[in-house]
Write a protein that binds this ligand. Structure first.
Ligand code: MG
Length: 203
């Protein structure tokens, strides 16, 4: 399986990092080894002093596809989940300044926290799902898929132009505003509507 991530898909987050709204989605990959099971703690890696949380809605692909038309994209996923794109922001910044690839800052072991998935039928409209991240009991990020610049179906169409989508692939659809640093002993909890999709302890 592969993990495909979308960057700058919420206007308010794009602005908080001081970026322009891109003309096409920013897409990058994380390797399979980046996967962090929802019951495991996240360990702050030794190469970063600034690990940021980015809560994101996840889409699990259930059908192989290439050049998928946006109007058929809904046939390629059945489940929606929630996870965290853990980012070594300090390292990402220094790599970006040098014009180098981001992989070390975005694809390191444990950087893709994957919470629970739910049948999309449990949500009346996939383009209007609320989600939230709480740190130590206080809400720190809130989003709604209606605020995405590119909808889930538009992302599937765009991603599949470049990468064949396969069964089990997971798309991280981008984070809303409110990203910030995590520290040892923090407890992160994610909610997709009223469903608790994950709980992760920081070590
Ligand atoms: Mg992200």
């Amino acid at each position: 399986m592969k993990i495909i991530c979308v960057g700058r898909n919420y206007k308010n987050h794009t602005e908080e990092l001081g970026h322009e709204i891109p003309e096409t989605p920013v897409i990058f990959l994380k390797p399979e080894t980046a996967k962090l099971h929802k019951r495991f703690p996240f360990r702050i890696p030794p190469f970063s002093d600034q690990i940021h949380h980015e809560v994101e809605v996840l889409v699990k692909i259930n059908r192989i596809g290439k050049y998928i038309d946006e109007k058929y994209a809904h046939k390629y996923y059945r489940e929606i989940g929630l996870g965290i794109d853990f980012t070594a922001r300090d390292l990402q910044q220094s790599l970006k300044e040098k014009g180098l690839p981001w992989e070390k800052a975005k694809g390191f072991d444990g950087s893709a926290m994957i919470g629970s998935f739910y049948d999309k039928k449990e949500f009346p409209d996939v383009n209007n799902i609320e989600f939230e991240l709480a740190k130590n009991g206080a809400t720190i990020q809130e989003g709604n898929t209606s605020k995405m610049i590119w909808s889930i179906d538009a992302l599937i169409a765009e991603i599949s132009k470049y990468f064949t989508l396969k069964i089990g692939d997971i798309i991280f659809t981008g984070t809303p505003a409110g990203v910030g640093i995590i520290a040892e002993n923090d407890l992160l909890e994610g909610y997709l509507e009223e469903k608790k999709a994950f709980m992760v302890k920081i070590k």
